[in-house]
Design a protein around this ligand. Structure first.
Ligand SMILES: NC(=O)C1=CN([C@@H]2O[C@H](COP(=O)(O)OP(=O)(O)OC[C@H]3O[C@@H](n4cnc5c(N)ncnc54)[C@H](O)[C@@H]3O)[C@@H](O)[C@H]2O)C=CC1
Ligand SMILES: O=C(O)CCC(=O)C(=O)O
Length: 527
């Protein structure tokens, strides 16, 4: 598989991907060239410069994953990617400190006129009177958006003896208390703050959130910081407010359109400090996001779920650690149940027993759906599109949990119902090794990795030998064989591990053996 890196990222991540994939690195790839070459690639990595538009996604016929080496995914058309089953993931933590420190640096630079003082001094001037600044101590800082970066800024501002008031409709009082700050409404933040800094994504709700209408309610001489996304503070309104003296200073790292044109309204305004989207530009952050995004893209290309995917159900890193070993098993249980089922699938039920019931198992259920649908659909089913593909096909999906586990510490039961049959396949993990432990009423111990033939049969001598003869006659090597551990009303099940595919006419011959009730081949479709 091939991965395109369209914007400059640290070589550390490139090295990780290059071990398994062909990696093509193009820094500052023009939009037309991206559109032209994207059909060749399975994975794409961008920073903020490349725009992954609907047109790029439509042209990306092989693309499975888009990785953003950073936080903001506003340069990627996520609905278009999701509709195509393309995983979009980011690297949300690697640049948090860089952006947090940049915000503090911008606030201090603006408060103490450092950029302009430096600029004039470089020109030979010595202007001590002109550049008298203000202190942070004792001032109120309004933080809008109290996520990773907003919280980090609040923490640092407290160390500068500032009073911090935060606004974030999605955080609770407990979190605010833990941060040791006051939480207020947007109006409170606007009215009370001497400095206001924004730290949220650019969305329909946050676009233009600070504008001429609420700037007039700010304290005269307020100073504004935007190291999040261009457009959260309306740029034209900000420039006008600076000119009118309502806003004494602005420190802006991100812009509505980047790179900014030379005639941008904020360029050249006194009191305004500008940087060209440098929030994440530290050596440490670039190494961090490069490694994180490479690991995410690698996992997605291997068909594994990714904790930083933004168009899949979110899973915390902690939960991911617990549930990750189950994904492969869950997918193989789904694949086995699908292979045994007769007719169109109506319902998939997944029941969890034991310790696993304590965590969010939605992703494991998605893995089961992926395993059930992959053998029957041409279109690759993945963690992004599996639930919607089941819905499209009117397949009901039900998840059940029962803390009690009888014989195993953890047990996953997959039931697939069709008009003609109900198939039950159960599996557990022994250490990290997945095993199928029940097929319908038969107790087995199957390693679900090789190609297996499953044949229920009358429990009498001679039948296993006949299956062996049919296989041998067709030059199909049997590398493993087991029968169920218990007889069920005079019947049992044999699970034959075969090295080669079994053509339909040979399967027919097996079914024709007296005493055999059926023969189903399970070709595991797990990536
Ligand atoms: N300048 C740069 O180079 C960088 C910019 N960023 C940007 O910084 C921003 C924040 O990043 P993180 O803290 O990592 O994200 P985060 O996801 O941890 O935090 C975002 C916060 O915004 C809040 N939020 C969402 N809608 C809101 C609304 N309408 N009003 C108030 N709060 C709202 C969320 O509840 C969340 O707590 C993002 O836009 C990101 O793209 C991040 C890294 C570098
Ligand atoms: O990639 C970059 O340098 C920008 C980082 C950024 O804006 C983000 O992570 O949201």
């Amino acid at each position: 598989m091939k991965v395109l890196i369209a914007d400059g990222v640290s070589p550390k991540g490139i090295d990780i991907l290059a071990k398994d994939y062909e990696v093509v690195v193009k820094d500052k790839l023009p939009a037309e060239e991206l559109l032209e070459i994207i059909p060749q690639f399975d994975g794409l990595i961008v920073r903020s410069a490349s725009k992954v538009t609907q047109a790029v996604i439509a042209a990306a016929t092989n693309l499975k994953v888009i990785g953003r080496a950073g936080v903001g995914v506003d340069n990627i058309d996520i609905p278009a990617a999701t509709a195509r089953g393309i995983i979009v993931l980011n690297a949300p933590e690697g640049n948090t400190i860089a952006a947090t420190e940049h915000t503090m640096a911008m606030m201090l630079s603006m408060a103490r006129n450092i950029p302009v003082a430096n600029e004039t001094m470089q020109k030979g001037e010595w202007n001590r009177k002109k550049y008298v600044g203000v202190e942070l101590r004792g001032k109120t800082l309004g933080v809008i958006g109290m996520g990773r970066i907003g919280s980090g800024v609040a923490k640092r501002a407290l160390a500068f003896d500032m009073d911090v008031i935060g606004y974030d409709p999605y955080i609770n009082e407990e979190r605010a208390q833990a941060l040791g700050i006051e939480i207020g409404s947007l109006d409170d933040v606007i009215a009370k703050s001497d400095f206001i800094t924004v730290h949220m994504p650019l969305t329909a709700q946050t676009k233009g959130m600070l504008n001429k209408d609420n700037m007039k309610n700010m304290k005269k001489g307020v100073r504004l910081v935007n190291c999040a996304r261009g457009g959260i503070i309306n740029e034209a309104d900000l420039a006008a407010a600076v000119k009118m003296g309502i806003v004494a200073g602005a420190a802006i790292d991100v812009f509505e359109s980047e790179p900014v044109p030379v005639d941008h309204p904020l360029v050249g305004l006194p009191g305004v400090v500008l940087t060209p989207h440098l929030g994440a530009s530290t050596v440490e952050a670039q190494v961090g996001v490069s490694i994180d995004v490479a690991r995410g893209v690698g996992a997605a290309l291997r068909g594994e779920p990714v904790s930083t995917a933004v168009n899949m159900a979110p899973v915390s890193a902690q939960v991911m650690k617990v549930i990750k070993p189950y994904f492969d098993l869950a997918e193989r249980l789904g694949c086995t149940a699908c292979s045994l089922a007769e007719g169109p699938i109506e319902k998939i039920e997944v029941e969890y027993n034991g310790e696993i019931t304590e965590v969010d198992t939605k992703m494991i259920t998605t893995a089961v759906i992926k395993g059930v649908l992959n053998p029957i659909l041409e279109f690759a089913v993945n963690y992004v599109n599996a639930p919607s593909m089941a819905k499209q096909r009117n397949i009901k999906v039900k998840e059940m949990k029962n803390k009690e586990a009888e014989n195993f510490a953890n047990l996953i039961t997959v039931r697939v119902t069709t008009a003609a049959s109900e198939i039950r396949v159960q599996g557990t993990l022994f250490g990290d090794e997945g095993r199928i432990v029940m097929i319908n009423d038969y107790r087995v111990d199957v390693d679900p990795h090789a190609r297996i033939l499953i044949c229920p049969h009358i429990n009498r001598p001679g039948i296993i030998g006949k299956v062996g003869s049919v296989m041998g006659g067709a030059d199909i090597n049997i590398s493993g064989m087991q029968v169920g551990k218990t007889d069920v009303s005079g019947t049992n099940i044999m699970v034959v591990t075969v090295d080669n595919d079994i053509p339909p006419h040979i399967l027919k011959s097996v079914i024709g053996i007296d005493g055999i009730f059926g023969a189903k081949l399970v070709n595991f479709y797990v990536v």
